[in-house]
Design a protein. Structure first.
Length: 317
């Protein structure tokens, strides 16, 4: 990147954030701090009102804005790919907001870039194996959750837990959102349980922004949570089963609700792998498939299945 392009990119970076540290600029463009200082000074001498706070970083004086940004063809293509991903990897609220943003972006593109995007539109596809969301779960709360994170507002959730088939109402203090295992998760301090909890956002039946604020300094950061608990605060057990190909087709998307991770063909059968925290709940699901399933591991799951079958036998006989 030549210096003129770099100065323009630094200016865009400054406009995108309240305070930008010199180290952030240096890391982004792979330049030294001394070069950063020279570039910022060049912007100031060109009349750009860049302010500086010792030990903090650089900022643009309030009220200064760049003219509409012109995107390169490669940048426009990347944004189009992002839009395609959003249709599959986000919820209804964020899809709508991203679509609105893309319309504004397309409005400032040059004619040749607009033609390029139109020709590219039908040649990018995202194939998702995510299970469909049931009608009773709206899956449209991400925008509200993002608002609560930015304003430190307590959320009231109606949350359905699949492992025990219960719907509970919780007041939570959000610390972040994470995409993992094919779903978005809200990580929050639960006032009911007095601890940090992982809420799958497609299992939220209702959500209210309470208007009550909380002190985020009293809670750990999202990074600290992930470092401490990994993907979840409940350990997930590795499970392997073997089913016929016909049974695998009947199981279909149900497997995604039970931590499905991968599968491989072995002769006439399919070996499926799962990560799931509760053998009891997983065993109850396996009961619905009768003798079409062979448990490969762990042994504890086989023991759990025997107990469940014995319980049913005693109930009906």
């Amino acid at each position: 990147m030549n210096r003129i392009d770099r100065l323009s990119a630094i200016l865009i970076q400054l406009q995108g954030k309240k305070i930008v540290k010199a180290a952030e600029i240096a890391d982004r463009f792979n330049i030294s701090l001394r070069t950063v200082y020279r570039d910022v000074k060049a912007l100031q001498e060109a009349g750009v009102p860049v302010g500086a706070e010792a030990g903090t970083g650089y900022y643009l004086v309030e009220g200064y804005h760049l003219p509409p940004v012109m995107f390169s063809r490669e940048e426009a293509a990347a944004l189009l790919t992002g839009e395609k991903l959003m249709t599959h990897l986000s919820d209804h609220s964020n899809r709508k907001q991203f679509s609105n943003a893309m319309q504004k972006i397309k409005a400032v593109l040059r004619g040749s870039e607009k033609d390029f995007l139109e020709s590219l539109e039908d040649n990018i596809a995202i194939v998702s194996r995510r299970p469909p969301v049931a009608d009773e779960f709206p899956n449209r709360f991400m925008s509200d959750i993002q608002h609560s994170l930015g304003k430190q507002l307590v959320l009231q959730l109606d949350y359905f837990a699949y492992h025990n088939d219960t719907l509970t109402q919780r007041e939570v203090e959000p610390i972040g959102i994470v995409f993992m295992s094919g779903s978005w998760h809200l990580i929050a301090w639960c006032r009911l349980r007095k601890g940090y909890r992982d809420f799958r956002m497609d299992r939220i039946k209702g959500l209210i922004l309470t208007g009550t604020t909380y002190d985020k300094t009293q809670r750990i950061s999202l990074k600290e949570y992930m470092d401490k608990y990994g993907e979840t605060d409940t350990p997930r057990l590795s499970i392997k089963i073997k089913v016929s190909q016909a049974a695998a087709r009947r199981i279909g998307d149900n497997k995604f609700f039970y931590g499905f991770t991968e599968e491989r063909v072995i002769g006439e059968c399919i070996e499926m792998s799962f990560l799931f925290p509760c053998l009891f709940a997983f065993g109850r699901w396996l009961l619905t498939w009768g003798n079409n399933v062979e448990i490969l591991s762990p042994v504890e799951l086989t023991t759990q299945m025997k107990l469940l079958v014995l319980e049913l036998k005693e109930y009906y006989l």
